[in-house]
Design a protein around this ligand. Structure first.
Ligand code: RB5
Length: 172
């Protein structure tokens, strides 16, 4: 917010502004704080330990392009995407990526994850084999919202061949 930014800058410059507690991310600090303000910035003790949520994300070849777009969106939103592949549009087997993302959620290394394939179905079959994983295919923002609010979904699955890139971002 502009006011917070102004106070951060003033505080970092040794001015009269002070910030008691600031919920933000390392990315926001990197973007908005002036170079090397941290030693003099009273807010640093609150800002810096506030780590961005790591969100594992994976796809097969059908979801690769949308995955790349969502990774950029996640970063812009202040999250730290963990890209578990695939890393090219070459043909790839969806279970390899479903199991990697789902295993992180199952083992409580991450609270939430994202998977993409053509229809969303293969990813959901594989991810939902993991105890504690509730992977939901969402083809609209409304379905995604229902999956969170009514079904406590913790893995979002996007059917990349049935949503546009912009729709995928909206669903995210
Ligand atoms: C790949 O062609 C496609 O079958 C896969 O992405 C997915 O839709 C499987 O469920």
């Amino acid at each position: 917010a502009p006011d917070l930014l102004r106070r951060l800058r003033e505080s970092a410059a040794g001015g009269s502004s002070s910030i008691d507690k600031c919920w933000t991310t390392p990315r926001a600090v990197a973007l908005y704080c002036p170079p090397n303000p941290l030693p003099r910035c009273p807010a640093i003790q609150y800002i810096y330990p506030q780590m961005a949520e790591v969100i594992p994300i994976g796809s097969d070849h059908a979801g690769y392009q949308l995955k790349e777009r969502l990774i950029a969106e996640l970063r812009a939103l202040g999250y730290e995407p963990l890209d578990l592949g695939t890393h090219s549009p070459e043909s790839a087997d969806y279970p390899d990526y479903a199991h990697q993302v789902a295993a992180r959620v199952e083992q409580h290394e991450s609270d939430r994850g994202i998977l993409l394939c053509g229809s969303g179905l293969g990813m959901s079959y594989a991810a939902n084999r993991h105890p504690g994983v509730r992977a939901a295919v969402a083809w609209s923002p409304e379905v995604a919202k229902l999956a969170r609010e009514h079904n406590d979904a913790n893995v979002l699955i996007l059917p990349a061949r049935f949503v546009s890139e912009d729709e995928g971002v909206e669903i995210l």
